[in-house]
Design a protein around this ligand. Structure first.
Ligand code: ADP
Ligand code: MG
Length: 385
């Protein structure tokens, strides 16, 4: 349609003008799991063309194109080497970067983010690989005063919990807006929105981070059983905070990994609508993330960042100065057809939205002023002729 054409045009000229600032959207298809053994495969990928074909139950194919598509046989290092390693290089130059993992429960988000904590290095996810790459490269750059810290935040039911704080507990009072811990989102002039009170642990090696993650998971599991919460409805935000001096000038950059809540609720709401009971349970942060992406895709003036904790905290990654990537995870099997289709469409939308939003806000304003100036000139010309 004309509307879309204009948007694509605007995006392309913006990208050309400012040196190809672009968000990347990757899709990873995991291998079939044992519990799916009776199901047909309904996804096939062409890694050369970066296209993916999804066949609906009637066998009708739909084809999607992304920046990169990974099939079931791709390894952890395949994904790291061409998707994430360039991002880590950006962090070394002082750029804030953020990687989201999106998909239904069981699609491979956590596997992609941190892999299996107990297994060998081949199974390490992008968190471990990023840290090891980062530590190596920062020293190669001959920066001074290098410090790396990390934090691990959980958002469950719009409540914040510090997974690195053994004592912190989320609120047990249902309707209260106050939590029993002292975590609070505040706007920081330099860093954008930050979670005040969140523990930041100094790290110097990968094994150190692995044991921190392990302890955090144990704590999360404990509170899960205690509180009856469902881990697939929690968002886990792991952040590496890097400080160094470059030519005596202090630089700080963050690399954020977001393991999102399972997207099955969202696909349900899209396909069949929700009953009132389901709607009251739906994940507000995940819904708002979708709305923010849509608003950015439509280039709306109002972006509803403040409607959820997740989007408020990550507003810089969604429209600010940040290199953002999405990894959409899907199952190859027919039992997940509806969710897979929903995830693929979401990822398509993210591709459109974030390309424009990756420009710093002042650049966006400049583009708009420029456009308006040209429009005024046109009108003046029209009047004169
Ligand atoms: P999610 O975090 O999206 O809910 P998980 O990452 O926990 O899903 O993955 C679900 C199961 O599938 C786990 O047992 C995991 O080990 C396995 N799995 C996911 N992705 C892959 C993959 N690319 N290769 C092998 N096993 C995978
Ligand atoms: Mg998971």
């Amino acid at each position: 349609t004309r509307h879309v054409d204009q948007r694509v045009q605007a995006r392309n000229s913006a990208l050309n003008a400012f040196g190809g600032v672009k968000v990347d959207v990757f899709v990873r298809v995991r291998p079939r799991l044992e519990l799916e053994s009776g199901q047909e495969e309904c996804v096939s990928v062409d890694p050369e063309e970066n296209t993916l074909e999804l066949r609906d139950p009637a066998g009708n194919p739909a084809t999607y194109t992304y920046d990169k598509v990974y099939g079931p046989s791709s390894s952890q290092s395949d994904v790291y080497d061409d998707c994430v390693s360039p991002i880590v290089e950006q962090v070394c130059r002082g750029m804030n970067c953020c990687i989201f993992a999106y998909g239904q429960t069981g699609a491979g988000k956590t596997f992609t983010m941190r892999g299996d904590l107990s297994s060998n290095e081949n199974q390490h996810g992008i968190i471990q690989r990023s840290l090891s790459h980062l530590l190596r490269r920062l020293h190669e750059h001959e920066y001074t005063d290098i410090k790396v810290k990390c934090s691990f935040l959980e958002i469950y039911n719009e409540e914040l919990e510090d997974l690195f704080d053994a004592k912190s507990k989320p609120s047990t009072r249902k309707r209260s807006t106050r939590t029993t811990n002292n975590l609070v989102l505040v706007d920081d002039e330099k860093r954008g929105c930050v979670c005040k009170g969140l523990k930041e642990m100094a790290v110097e090696s990968v094994p150190q981070v692995m044991s921190l993650l392990e302890a955090a998971e144990a704590k999360a599991r404990y509170s899960e059983t205690k509180m009856n919460k469902l881990s697939n409805r929690a968002h886990r935000i792991f952040t590496l905070i890097v400080d160094f001096k470059r030519y005596e000038k202090p630089v700080q950059a963050t690399l954020t990994f977001v393991d999102l809540a399972g997207s099955e609720d969202i696909s349900k709401s899209g396909a069949t609508g929700l009953t009132a009971r389901e709607a009251s349970h739906i994940n507000k942060s995940l819904l708002t993330l979708g709305r923010v992406i849509n608003a950015l895709a439509c280039n709306e003036r109002h972006i509803p960042y403040r409607d959820s904790k997740l989007t408020r905290l990550l507003s810089e990654a969604l429209g600010g100065v940040c290199k953002t990537s999405f990894i959409a995870c899907v199952s190859p099997c027919s039992g997940s057809n509806t969710e897979t289709s929903s995830t693929l469409r979401y990822a398509e939308r993210a591709m459109e939205a974030l390309n424009i939003s990756q420009l710093p806000r002042w650049k966006q304003d400049e583009i708009m002023i420029d456009g308006l100036t040209r429009r005024v000139q046109q009108l003046v010309d029209d009047l004169e002729s």
